[in-house]
Write a protein that binds this ligand. Structure first.
Ligand SMILES: Cc1cc2nc3c(=O)[nH]c(=O)nc-3n(C[C@H](O)[C@H](O)[C@H](O)COP(=O)(O)OP(=O)(O)OC[C@H]3O[C@@H](n4cnc5c(N)ncnc54)[C@H](O)[C@@H]3O)c2cc1C
Length: 404
């Protein structure tokens, strides 16, 4: 432990961050000194020590309010928002480092529709879905009423949800604005629809939002590291707490076989005349058009267990044909590109809990926050706040006494 540095006829103590006291030998006695400055010259502190403290190290033990280091793994919307929530809620003596193999624009979160609506959340209990998605809705609402809305690309979006059968109103009908059933006249817009809803929700430009989250995290002294973490053990030596927000990567990193991809493909089209979202939901398909700042996103596909992130031409044809049925004017839209991504789905639902593991005698506190399926944008902030609470809980009152 690099605590003492011996100099010429003088010994200096190089304090570790937040080290508060050390026990030193002098003439057979132990001196306990509480230090506040670094480094401290022992020749001033112990004027008679010359010739006594000769060898390094002669500190018998030290006590420190150890600086707590938290690592958040994952640079998607879940990791970024979790890192920010932690940085905003812990004391400044806690270091927060965001580590990720990939950052924007290379994450699944970047490609997503950015649409607030609970979707593919596995068996996440309904009360938690509601808690986390509502919390995210109100957070996004605050952002869209704030000065940064243009930088984030967040705004309200109204539109139609058409179905080919009758369904109960969803639990989130009370969260979105102006939820109502479609009138017969509105239903006649799309002849295949038997039932439908109209409401106003929130849409965010995901890459812009990710950049904003990162900037804000860095402004809170958050550190950022681009790296793939291969095992949890490698975190145990540098960090006290690890928060796992690796989406699909959790399958490999924590060995959770319940995390599986649900592949989705999108077409990006230039169709600025489309101002409303449209979702068409049947027992076997879920197609949608989501107008955004620069393009309309057309979807979608849901292929469970498919790891292919290449664009599939057949899928593209299917999406385009289905969306043209919803709105024939799309035939004249310019196609700007296509994208395929993997929803980090988990049949048990979002994993948001804490655990402790010991690696080679070193305790690592772990908080898991992954498995957001098709609803990571919809639930991220509620989950991030919950994860930050678990972290605060894990580090509360930590004080370390070490012996060299
Ligand atoms: C076509 C499509 C449309 C979608 N539309 C919507 C929508 O409209 N609304 C909505 O709410 N959701 C939508 N989703 C779902 C949403 O995209 C995901 O739920 C969300 O992106 C998950 O975020 P995440 O941060 O967990 O994962 P990711 O964005 O995948 O981020 C995971 C991060 O972890 C990093 N990582 C993984 N393993 C490691 C490791 N071992 N070491 C270091 N770093 C690691 C990765 O590099 C990455 O940075 C859509 C998804 C798809 C595919």
């Amino acid at each position: 432990m690099n605590v003492l540095i011996a100099g010429n006829n003088e010994y200096k103590c190089k304090m570790l961050p937040n080290m508060t006291s050390a026990v030193l030998p002098r003439f057979g006695k132990h001196y306990r000194k509480t230090w506040t400055d670094t480094p401290i010259s022992l020749s001033k502190t112990f004027p008679h020590r010359n010739g006594v403290l000769k060898t390094f190290p002669e500190v018998l033990s030290y006590r420190m309010e150890k600086k707590i280091n938290v690592a958040v793994i994952g640079g998607g919307v879940v990791g970024l928002s979790t890192a920010l929530c932690i940085a905003e809620s812990v004391p400044s003596s806690v270091g927060v480092t965001l580590i990720s193999e990939k950052f924007s624009p290379e994450t699944t979160s970047d490609g997503s529709g950015g649409f607030w609506e609970p979707h593919v959340l596995g068996n996440t209990p309904l009360h938690l879905q509601r808690q986390w998605s509502d919390s995210t809705f109100y957070h996004l609402l605050d952002l869209l009423r704030g000065e940064s809305a243009g930088e984030i690309g967040v705004g309200l979006l109204s539109g139609f949800f058409w179905m080919d059968d009758y369904r109960e109103d969803p639990y989130w009908s009370k969260t979105v604005f102006g939820f109502r059933h479609l009138s017969p006249q509105e239903l006649s817009f799309y002849p295949k629809a038997k039932h439908g809803w109209f409401y106003t929700t929130i849409k965010v430009e995901t890459s812009m939002y990710l950049r904003w989250l990162l900037k804000r995290f860095e402004s809170r002294n958050g550190k950022v590291l681009k790296k793939k973490i291969k095992t949890l053990e490698e975190l145990a030596y540098d960090f006290d707490v690890a928060v796992i927000c690796t989406g699909l990567g959790a399958r490999e990193l924590v060995g959770d076989a319940d995390v599986v991809p649900v592949r989705g493909q999108l077409i990006k089209a230039h169709a600025p005349w489309l101002k409303h979202f449209v979702v068409h939901c049947t027992k076997t398909s879920f197609n949608y058009m989501l107008p955004g700042l620069n393009e309309v996103k057309l979807g979608g596909t849901h292929q469970t267990g498919d790891w292919n992130t290449d664009v599939d031409l057949q899928d593209g044809k299917f999406i385009f044909k289905s969306c043209c049925e919803l709105n024939p004017s799309l035939k004249h839209a310019e196609i700007k590109g296509q994208w395929a991504g993997l929803r980090p789905s988990r049949s048990a639902g979002i994993r948001l809990e804490k655990e402790e593991k010991v690696f080679d005698g070193k305790l690592l506190k772990i908080v898991y926050n992954y498995g957001h399926g098709g609803g990571g944008i919809t639930t991220h902030w509620g989950c991030a706040k919950e994860a930050a609470k678990l972290v605060a809980n894990s580090i509360g009152g930590t004080s370390v006494v070490s012996k060299l």
